[in-house]
Design a protein around this ligand. Structure first.
Ligand code: FES
Length: 111
């Protein structure tokens, strides 16, 4: 496994938890939002489609609503976790940019 592909250990990502992960994609440093939804890891670029800001309010700290949706800390856009689509807020129906990940042998990594 290329070290650039490693994102986190499986046990460090619980259902409904959001983690900020730094990685390298196409030789560029990128920050991802990593979560586990219905048992499967999912990842998006940590870039809000509204104004391009990071979604978190502090390093590795994300807001959620009472249904466990991801909430952008800047202006409150709400994203569902199946597709990363905005379901409420200033960028309604816009989507986060998905990043393909997989989980094998206790490791979550880039595909
Ligand atoms: S930058 Fe995310 S809601 Fe405005």
């Amino acid at each position: 496994m290329n070290n650039d592909e490693f994102l986190c250990i499986s046990t460090d990502l619980n259902e409904g938890q959001f983690r900020e992960v730094r990685t390298t994609i196409s030789s560029q440093t990128r920050f991802l939002v990593l979560t586990r939804f219905k048992g499967q890891p999912r990842a998006w670029l940590n870039v809000c489609p509204h104004q391009g800001r990071s979604l978190n309010w502090a390093p590795d700290q994300f807001l959620t609503d009472s249904d466990g949706h991801l909430v952008c800390a800047a202006h409150g856009a709400v994203f569902e976790c199946a597709q990363g689509r905005c379901i409420s807020g200033p960028c309604l129906n816009a989507s986060l940019t998905a990043v393909a990940v997989e989980e094998r042998e206790g490791i979550i990594r880039l595909c």
